[in-house]
Ligand binder design. Sequence first.
Ligand code: SAM
Length: 300
Amino acid sequence: MSTHVPVLQAEVVALLRVRPGGRYLDATIGLGGHAEAILRASAPSGSVLGLDRDAEALALTGRRLAAFGDRLVLRQGRYEAVVDLAGSAGPFDGIFFDLGASSLQLDAAERGFSFTQSGPLDMRMDRGTGETAAELVARLSEPELANLIFEWGEERWSRRIARAIVTARHDRPLATTTDLAAVVARSIPRRLWPRRIHPATRTFQAIRIAVNRELVGLGPALGDAARLLASGGRAAVISFHSLEDRIVKQTWRRLEAEGKVRVVTKRPVTPEPAELAANPRSRSAKLRAVERPPVPPEAA
Ligand SMILES: C[S@@+](CC[C@H](N)C(=O)[O-])C[C@H]1O[C@@H](n2cnc3c(N)ncnc32)[C@H](O)[C@@H]1O
């Protein structure tokens, strides 16, 4: 497993205006890189409530950040249930979402996200529940696979790939990540492979989004987060692909039109060249933030 490098960490701390004693919610704490920066910047008494659906990430992060004591509280669950998970811990001065999968998930062959290392075709962020990628790929019809790969992978070869998957699974189930990656690669003529990414990248993205139901609950969760902000508090989201970024941008715009928040990033914040060079995974990151307008004293 490679070391996890938090993306846009300094920018997140600055945009959230983290201050000593503040209360923060990290809705996707993962390996806790951003949460650690927030805990440091909010010392000595600031707190972070960290959520994640991945029990393994929470266990690791709990151990790694144990020195922060009761300033950090961890809860397992999906951010779609952020209101229940937050309980009475709010309102928060800052709320943060770092979308997608963690390097713990992407790099561990046995989690089944990686097309370069062979592992079981799993891709569940929460291994305690739900259908695996292998089960999904075995169950869907050819048109369902084609639609999914087109819509969530933005893959122009979706029909050919779906056809190849269905043909391959007649012979034997696609059980490993490299089984699936090889079928996808074979279905696209080599001279038409994308130049900068593996030919299976988009298909893996689509299947991962489907297995984890990644996009369906995001908009409502951002709305809930806005309601959990203290007056003058800020929420920030890092997205890694255009489908997520579109939901973030549109949700923030709608909430702004309803007078619930003010967008503070007219354009998304993106990594500086030095970060891009040091961490290639940051290349598609976009950070957007909103502020809950301060409530005038007479209305409070
Ligand atoms: C990009 S990682 C976060 C990395 C983290 N900021 C850090 O510095 O280590 C995203 C995390 O969000 C979690 N996640 C994704 N979708 C989620 C959801 N709907 N609810 C809760 N956690 C989710 C994943 O399990 C993963 O650990």
